[in-house]
Design a protein around this ligand. Sequence first.
Ligand code: PRX
Length: 593
Amino acid sequence: MSPRPAALVDRIVKRPAELSPAPHLLDYDATCSAFSWAQAAAWLDGLPGGGGLNIAHEAVDRHLLHGLGAKTAIRWLGKTGERREMSYAELARATNRFANALAGLGVRPGERVFVLMGRLPELYVAVLGALKARCVATPLFSAFGPEPIATRAEMGDARVLVTTSELYRRKVQGLRSRLPGLRHVIVVGDAGSDEPDVHRWNSLLDSATDEYTIGPTGAEDLALLHFTSGTTGRPKGAMHVHGAAVAHMATARYALDLHEDDVFWCTSDPGWITGTSYGIIAPLCSGVTNVVVEAEFDAQAWYSVLEHERISVWYTAPTAIRMMMKLGAQALRGRDLSALRFMASVGEPLNPEGVIWGLQAFGMPFHDNWWQTETGGIMIANFLALDIKPGSMGKPLPGITAAIVRRGETGGVHVIDAPMVDGELALKTPWPSMMRGYLNEDERYRKCFVGEWYLTGDLARRDAEGYYWFVGRGDDVIKSAGHLIGPFEVESALMEHPAVAEAGVIGKPDPIVGEVVKAFVALKSGYEPGESLRRELLGHARKRLGAAVAPKEIDFRANLPKTRSGKIMRRLLKARELGLPEGDLSTLESDEK
Ligand code: PRX
């Protein structure tokens, strides 16, 4: 790419007064000083009669009370060209039916409802209906293989699983013996199973009534369980509460600038938290029309959606932006994108080139923002009315205090005030969408906090004007196409193969998807490295883990470098793969060489 655009434009200067509609956040400093979470909570209604705060009421039912019942809540575009509009009133009735169906099955508040399916309308009904029933909803990514599904459903003690008949047959049926607590499976489509606890979605909902009163719900009641990956061990179940909707509402206004007339499209899947917080909760709480596209990425198909659905606010991710850049701006020629007014990006570093390419191709930059499964919502953002420094994640949301810190020897943290010094990104607690725990892992949860700070594990720096710049992750977790992948989960699946003695998994930098999953494998005696075994291992991992998680590359090694305590040194594998300095080797006990 010639010449580096950041060198041409190091700041995109905004003229907020020319923007229409007027941005919710016009003056950053003034909004920050006037802001309080209590004031933001008043943007929501609360349950009628002082019954508390329930996300599904805020996202669906309350709009009926404000005269928006006939407005399209979800516009669904199916893979094969089907189209379905669901008004807020229809969504209210469907979610009522689902909540009643759960009650009819004896499912109680607090029990976990897992949803495993592609972006079908039923997914949205199931998540919101489960929230009405005061169950804890857990959407799982449909491209997961059986192993990640089983691990999460086991850890999360799934009581109900909503899926499609095809996914049930292919991925879940064989796992039932591992999931004794799973009492009901609800399948969309032809059940194709005579198991008594497998119910058909249509029959279940048809026989349920469409009137439902949400029971009293506390803002601190658990609402969502989202799994995320760490360096070691099993995935972590980040727990979120109904009160998180206050942050979803605030970020919808300030970071995404959603207005009621917007047609909004978040391209993320609800199997990852962006697709839940911003593909379901934030847009519906804001009363906009939320476009859901079932198909996976295809540049021309996406441009068609932008044009024909008249998308006004678009929330997408760097991998997709880089794929579009590869095709070039000419692929957009002749498209009428006059409805589009704001574009945002999240999930991985957005290259300055990507920000500028937005300007060239769409006439507006992509606005990068930063957050994590643990933060529940956007924490740092490039705001519509604020100048952009391409390559920066932007500034903290009103109500959020961020800092760059160093962990001290004695357990405290030291805040670094000087600009452009690398350290760990920390956020001052609390805020409404902050996770309330890692499921069954108090110690792991406690380790995220020092004093009043939540430590994000990301390395960053802040410049003299208060803009934050992402430097890198502080751990071995891999970000591939925006999806967080735990190396341990991949290594464990490889180790299940009889030929594998040891496995070490790293993220190998890739110009399009950020990182690809690469595995290094040492074989047991009696096995020889070779192309056919490599293919067999790739196939094995893909079958166990699913395409989204499995390694794309495998290299054989006689041994893997290990510490004295026997831990595989992924950092060293990565340094060697990339030809980088090997760093401190004082803990190295045995090496591959
Ligand atoms: O490393 C950061 C990266 O993604 C991580 C969070 O991933 P996940 O929990 O899957 O959250 C998804 C919701 C965004 C962060 O710790 N990340 C996220 N946004 C950015 C980013 N890295 C660089 N720039 C970003 N804008």
